[in-house]
Design a protein around this ligand. Structure first.
Ligand code: OAD
Length: 260
C-alpha cells in the first residue's frame, strides 16, 4: 500500500474514531470479492449480460415467469455458495465498537449478517425470501422449487411465488427506507462502499447526510456518482481496504480509552 493511501486511511480513521453514530451504505462492490457479481461493471456486471427489464420487473415476470424464476434460483445458489469476505467482517467489527451503527445495504445477499453484522437494513429486499406476487403471502422455498422450470404457486390465491427483492418500478420497503433516512440524517459520518450511486432513493442517503454536515467517506476502486461529494475517497477494493481502515479506527479508539 502506498504512502498516500496510508495517509488517507489515517485521515478517514480519525473521523470515524471520533464518531458515535455511523451510517454505512453498501452496494454490490462489497460482495464482489466473495464472487457475487456486481450489476454495472463493464465486463462482469450482471446488467451488461442480462436485460434488467426482462429479469427484474413485473413486466418481465408476466412475460416469462419461468425465465425469471430460474434466474433467481441460479443467483440464490451463487449467494448461498459465497462466503463473507474481509470487507464484510471489518464492517461487523466496526459495528461492535460503535455505540450507534446502521448498515444500509442495497444487496439482496445475507453476507453482512453471516459476517456478524446485526443492525442491517435491506433496502432492496432479500433473495432468500419469497412471497406471493398476487396476495403477498410469505412462502417457504421447498427443495423441489429450486430445479423447477416454473415458479411455485400460492396455496391461497394461486398466483405465482416470487423472490422478495425489489424490482424496477417497485417501491422500497417503507420501514427500512424510513430507518435508513433517519440514520443518514443523524449520523456523525457516512460511509459509502462499493456502490455506483446511480439507483435512487438509496443514492440520495449520502446527500441527506451531507446536508446535515456529516462527512462522507467512500471506498471503491472506481470513481462513482457519489465520489465528488466525498471528503475522502479510498480508491481500492473494500476487501483489502476496510480491514486496514477498521484496524486504524480500533487503534485510535483504544488510544482514546487509555490516554497516556
Ligand atoms: P453496481 O454494479 O451499480 O456498482 C458496483 C460498484 O462496486 C461499482 O461502483 C464498482 O466500481 C464497485 N466495486 C467493484 N468491485 C469492488 C470492490 N472489490 N470493492 C469495492 N467496490 C467495488 O451495484 P450497486 O451500486 O449496488 O438494484 O447497484 C445498485 C442497485 O442497482 C442494486 O441494488 C440493484 C441494481 O439494479 C435492485 O436490484 C433493485
Amino acid at each position: 500500500m502506498n504512502e498516500k493511501m496510508e495517509r488517507l486511511i489515517e485521515s478517514a480513521a480519525e473521523i470515524i474514531a471520533a464518531a458515535r453514530r455511523i451510517a454505512v451504505l453498501t452496494g454490490a462492490g462489497v460482495s464482489a470479492e466473495s464472487g457475487v457479481g456486481t450489476f454495472r461493471d463493464a465486463q462482469t456486471g450482471l446488467w451488461s449480460r442480462f436485460d434488467p427489464q426482462q429479469l427484474a420487473s413485473q413486466e418481465g415476470f408476466a412475460a416469462d415467469p419461468g425465465r425469471v424464476w430460474r434466474w433467481y434460483m441460479h443467483r440464490l445458489e451463487m449467494v448461498e455458495r459465497a462466503r463473507p469476505n474481509p470487507g464484510h467482517a471489518a464492517l461487523a467489527a466496526l459495528e461492535a465498537m460503535t455505540p450507534t451503527f446502521t448498515l444500509i445495504t442495497q444487496n439482496v445477499d445475507d453476507l453482512h449478517e453471516r459476517a456478524g453484522s446485526r443492525n442491517v437494513l435491506h433496502l432492496h429486499g432479500r433473495i432468500e425470501r419469497f412471497h406471493c406476487n398476487g396476495c403477498g403471502l410469505p412462502y417457504t422455498l421447498r427443495m423441489e422449487d429450486r430445479d423447477a422450470p416454473m415458479p411455485p404457486t400460492c396455496t391461497f390465491c394461486t398466483d405465482y411465488i416470487r423472490p422478495s427483492v425489489v424490482w424496477f418500478g417497485e417501491l422500497l420497503p417503507a420501514q427500512e427506507l424510513a430507518e435508513a433516512q433517519r440514520a443518514a440524517e443523524t449520523c456523525d459520518v457516512f460511509l459509502v462502499i462499493g456502490t455506483s450511486g446511480v439507483v435512487y432513493p438509496a443514492a440520495h442517503l449520502p446527500v441527506m447526510a451531507k446536508r446535515r454536515a456529516a462527512p462522507i467517506i467512500e471506498v471503491n476502486p472506481e470513481e462513482s456518482a457519489l465520489s465528488e461529494m466525498a471528503e475522502i475517497w479510498l480508491s481500492g477494493p473494500s476487501g483489502a481496504l476496510l480491514p486496514r481502515l477498521v484496524e486504524a479506527v480500533r487503534l485510535r479508539r483504544a488510544g482514546q480509552e487509555n490516554p497516556r
